[in-house]
Design a protein around this ligand. Structure first.
Ligand SMILES: [Zn+2]
Length: 282
């Protein structure tokens, strides 16, 4: 199981997080059939979003990012929740170039009790981490050092994925800020670092610390046949009958996990038989 390790260093003045996202990124690469370039962009965004999601207060709070840019991967969307269940998709799974192009990043945080928070910023770099660092500088007015990477085996499959995150707390001394920056500098070219060691091992060895908090991370889509059936019934039977007449079946594709759900005439009969009079299938 992938892990997120968290602790404080520099006398409690700097938050340090390490993420081992190997299984999540490998799974994502397989289900979305991604080239190395697409897997690296997607994997690094999945890893940063796991970090950002670990600060969510409620387990049902949800965080999403949309990387809308003109690079070869095209649009990349990733969502995560307070349980660190992550999911997403890449517009172009076949990209050969991992550079982020011109465009915008939009972050949406939904805490389920008031209007969602939406933050947008321009892409300022061809590098995933640098764009997120810029986002943090704008939104939190705090420097946050983000180092993520994905390494590959000889078959082009994700060998390791992960990241190291350093964030000086508000009021941190200049010395603490400086040492966070120096540590981050030591972890540049993170994909190379991952060829030898997982991020969580780097955390323990480089910083000589133990985690005060350890959490599981998992690639998990929210879709299910029941969920899709609920969405379909809300469309009304007449419209669905028309699709069945034209296509012979209703096919629903989930972009997040690349699953297909097929509904035939007899499935519809069953759905609408079970439906309660107020139209609510739950
Ligand atoms: Zn799905």
């Amino acid at each position: 199981m992938d892990k997120l390790l968290r602790t404080l260093i520099e006398d409690g003045q700097v938050s340090l997080v390490a993420i081992d996202s190997t299984e999540m990124v490998r799974h994502a690469q397989i289900i979305h059939n991604l080239t190395e370039a697409s897997a690296r962009v997607f994997g690094r965004i999945l890893t940063v979003m796991s970090y950002m999601s670990c600060w969510l207060k409620g387990e049902h709070s949800e965080l999403s990012v949309n990387f809308k840019h003109h690079g070869e991967t095209g649009e990349v969307c990733v969502s995560g929740d307070g349980n660190l269940y992550m999911r997403g998709y890449v517009y172009n799974p076949f990209a050969q170039n991992e550079e982020i192009g011109k465009g915008y990043m939009t972050v949406v945080r939904d805490d389920n009790y008031k209007r969602p928070f939406v933050g947008t910023c321009e892409m300022v770099s061809k590098d995933v981490d640098e764009n997120f660092e810029y986002y943090y500088r704008l939104s939190e007015q705090l420097p946050t050092y983000i180092r993520t990477g994905v390494s590959f085996d000889e078959h082009g499959l994700c060998q390791r994925a992960g990241g190291i995150f350093l964030q000086p707390m508000p009021g941190a001394s200049d010395i603490a800020k400086q040492s966070a920056k120096l540590a981050a500098d030591d972890f540049s070219a993170f994909s190379e670092r991952l060829k030898d060691k997982a991020a969580c091992d780097l955390f323990k060895e480089y910083f000589s610390v133990d985690a005060t908090e350890e959490r599981d991370i998992e690639y998990r889509c929210r879709c299910s046949r029941e969920y899709i059936a609920g969405v379909l019934t809300s469309m009304g039977k007449a419209e669905l009958d028309e699709i069945i007449r034209a296509e012979g079946k209703i096919n629903v594709h989930c972009h997040y996990c690349n699953s297909d759900y097929d509904f035939f005439e007899e499935d519809l009969e069953e759905l609408f038989q079970n439906q309660t009079p107020d139209g609510d299938t739950d």
